[in-house]
Ligand binder design. Structure first.
Ligand SMILES: CCCCCCCCCCC/C=C/C(=O)SCCNC(=O)CCNC(=O)[C@H](O)C(C)(C)COP(=O)(O)OP(=O)(O)OC[C@H]1O[C@@H](n2cnc3c(N)ncnc32)[C@H](O)[C@@H]1OP(=O)(O)O
Ligand code: FAD
Length: 609
């Protein structure tokens, strides 16, 4: 499809999905699943996952009563317009202004520079009638920082931009289809006025007289919508990773190369230890991210209930966990999809393998809802704060509770003696805890050598990110182990999950061996025992690998992959797909008479001479 066709077709699908949601009707959770099976980025994502939650989280009761019924019935369509051309990560650096005019009781929205143009918001370019706009609030010449406003963008009769608004699509993005179904947009305000009651005023207010009344709740609640979406992105990482792994596993069982004895059949590539060493940790990650996603959903629900009761104690941890896990799981999934493409050899590069499109549509998850490095630095800040409070009498809680055992974890030596010890959950956990804590403490010690903490933080950014990743990996391993300790239905399922859990943990040890050795969390002998155990786990998973991806229950239609077909009938279908290509519509291609023939003839002439 051309971009225009793709965009229009996504509108068609979105509206059809919305019709089904109402007609069937579907619950909120079911509606999200329907969106998932629609399988294309579109304006509904932003409307439901960001615009509506922003109003719910930051609007007053009155504002919710006014706007939510309209949004819930989709009589208005909204997006989330925070990022600007010049600033995305640095939200405090946004330039759009919302200046209160007491004469008219309005805010004047203005884009003072080119870099202040809103740039990237999905659904903004062509679809949304409204947006939650983030702008610097100015009253009586004073800048109060960034706040949210509900703004109508387009005329409700003919969809034209309202006077004072310049709006459009930012252009083609990575890949052919992929995220191009979405109208990521730009927007500039030229002294555009909105009524005062369209500032989202749950967190802070501007009175009729123009007085700014700051809230007594943390200003970070303004970032609540991002926390909510980051949480869902973790579960989505599992879905995307599982999809790629399903394709690569099924195809690896079908594909044969080398190893033929006396004209017999060749070896299935899934039987090569190198293939297993690349593939099975990804299979394990798909399960691991699912379980950590379930736990994160619980954490998010818990913090939301606490916030409603004005208990803000767990907000920093919820922020650190959602930011860190969003970052870690999306980076691993993007890399994992690309690895699955390579695991499928040359055919993985064909569009009909389903992997190029999956990669192209998935990879911006490393950037949207917060650049992955920037987010890990938030985790690092949280860890440095926690380390600095050790010994102050305030016991670390939640995912940092292990830091409360710092005295032990800083000096303990791993008691792994034989390969099977690496299947002991307590020993594995202690290894990850020791590594995470020692990395964090080492950063804190190095930081303390700087007179200026901010300068020290800047200098140590790379180490801090690694410490944050170590902490996040510990969370994922520990939640997998917790899952195994709970009730698991199905004969033999627990054993399979156990294998995957230890593959997940041990492959991380192998991958980050430098961390584990340099922090003395393990010795090189223990590392080699871990590798030995890992190989043994691969052998145990091998006979069940295909069943473990079938368990994701993805239909062929959803997978969209000739290589990942359930029936394994890959080769005839590759031919069928090839023959569908428009280049094969004619035997002699367009351009033959114009370019190929004259070229060949010229050579023939010179040959005769
Ligand atoms: C089938 C597939 C379906 C997929 C479905 C997914 C659909 C998704 C659609 C995606 C569309 C994309 C949308 C977007 O991208 S929207 C824009 C997202 N933008 C960002 O994420 C910006 C990232 N930047 C930030 O979040 C902040 O600016 C940053 C956290 C980096 C820094 O903020 P700030 O400068 O204000 O803060 P400080 O560093 O000074 O920190 C101040 C304290 O505040 C704490 N903090 C920061 N953020 C939060 C938060 N969210 N919640 C709670 N607390 C927070 C921070 O830790 C500091 O605390 P301390 O003072 O205690 O240290
Ligand atoms: C597909 C897609 C959809 C999007 N949808 C929306 C949307 O609906 N609404 C919306 O408002 N926005 C949206 N965005 C914007 C998105 O949220 C931002 O692009 C994202 O937050 C990253 O910000 P940035 O582009 O400013 O990156 P930058 O911050 O400019 O990052 C550039 C580089 O600088 C590094 N860097 C930046 N700051 C630091 C630091 N402090 N320390 C170390 N390194 C640093 C980063 O790691 C990165 O390598 C979308 C983006 C994409 C790609």
């Amino acid at each position: 499809m051309t971009r225009k066709e793709l965009f229009k077709n996504t509108l068609r699908k979105s509206v059809h999905a919305w019709k089904l949601i109402n007609e069937l009707p579907l619950s909120d959770d079911e509606s999200l699943m329907l969106r998932h099976f629609m399988d294309q980025p579109g304006f509904l994502d932003l409307h439901w996952r960001m615009f509506v939650p922003a109003i719910k989280g930051q609007g007053t009761e009155e504002q919710k009563q006014k706007w939510l019924p309209l949004a819930n019935k989709m009589q208005i369509i909204g997006c989330y317009a925070q990022t600007e051309l010049g600033h995305g990560s640095n939200v405090q650096g946004l330039e759009t202004t919302a200046t209160f005019d007491p004469q008219t009781d309005q805010f004047i929205l203005h884009s003072p520079t080119q870099t202040s143009s809103k740039w990237w918001p999905g659904g903004l370019g062509k679809v949304s009638t409204h947006a939650v706009i983030y702008a610097r609030l100015i009253t009586d010449g004073k800048d109060h920082g960034v706040h949210g406003f509900i703004v109508q963008l387009r005329n409700m009769d003919d969809h034209s931009p309202l006077p004072g608004i310049t709006i459009g699509d930012i252009g083609v993005k990575f890949g052919n289809g992929a995220y191009n179904s979405m109208d990521n947009g730009f927007l500039m305000f030229d002294k555009f006025c909105i009524p005062r009651d369209q500032m989202l005023m749950r967190l802070s207010k501007v009175t009729r007289e123009g007085k700014y009344v700051p809230s007594d709740v943390p200003r970070q609640l303004m970032y609540g919508t991002m926390v909510s979406v980051r949480q869902t992105i973790v579960s989505n990482a599992s879905i995307a990773m599982a999809r790629a792994v399903c394709i690569a596993t099924r195809y690896s069982a079908v594909r044969r190369q080398f190893g033929s004895q006396n004209g017999g059949i060749e070896t299935q590539v899934i039987d090569y230890k190198t293939q297993q060493n690349r593939l099975f940790p990804l299979l394990a990650s798909a399960y691991a991210f699912r379980f950590v996603g379930e736990w994160l959903k619980w954490l998010y629900t818990d913090v939301t209930q606490r916030l409603e009761a004005s208990d803000f104690a767990t907000l920093p941890e919820a922020h650190a966990c959602t930011a860190g896990l969003k970052s870690m799981t999306t980076s691993a999934t993007s890399d994992g999809i690309e690895e699955c493409r390579k695991l499928c050899g040359g055919h993985g590069y064909l569009w009909c393998s389903g992997l190029p499109e999956l990669f192209a549509v998935y990879v911006p998850a490393c950037t949207y809802e917060g650049d992955n490095v920037v987010l890990q630095l938030q985790v690092a800040r949280f860890l440095m704060k926690t380390v600095s409070q050790l010994g102050s009498g305030k016991a670390p809680a939640g995912t940092t509770a292990y830091m409360g055992r710092a005295k032990h974890l800083l000096q303990c030596r791993s008691s792994i003696r034989k390969a099977e010890d690496w299947l002991n959950p307590a020993m594995v956990l202690e290894t990850f805890e020791a590594r995470a804590l020692r990395m964090a403490v080492s950063c804190a010690n190095n930081l303390s050598k700087f007179e200026n903490q901010e300068q020290g933080f800047s200098e140590l950014l790379a180490d801090l990110v690694e410490a944050a990743i170590a902490h996040c990996q510990l969370i994922v391993v520990s939640k997998f182990i917790v899952k195994l300790e709970g009730e698991i239905k199905g004969k033999g399922v627990k054993n399979q999950l156990k294998n995957l859990c230890y593959i997940y943990a041990l492959h991380l040890i192998h991958k980050h061996l430098g961390d584990f050795l340099s922090t003395n969390s393990i010795t090189s002998e223990q590392a080699s025992l871990a590798n030995h155990q890992l190989r043994s786990l691969y052998t145990q998973v091998r006979p069940n690998a295909v069943a473990l991806v079938d368990a994701f229950d993805y239909t062929d239609h959803y997978l969209g992959s000739v290589l990942g077909r359930y029936d394994g009938n890959v080769y005839p279908k590759l031919f069928e797909e090839a023959l569908k290509d428009p280049l094969n519509d004619t035997v002699v291609p367009d351009g033959y008479h114009e370019y190929i023939r004259p070229l060949i003839k010229q050579h023939l002439r010179s040959a005769r001479l």
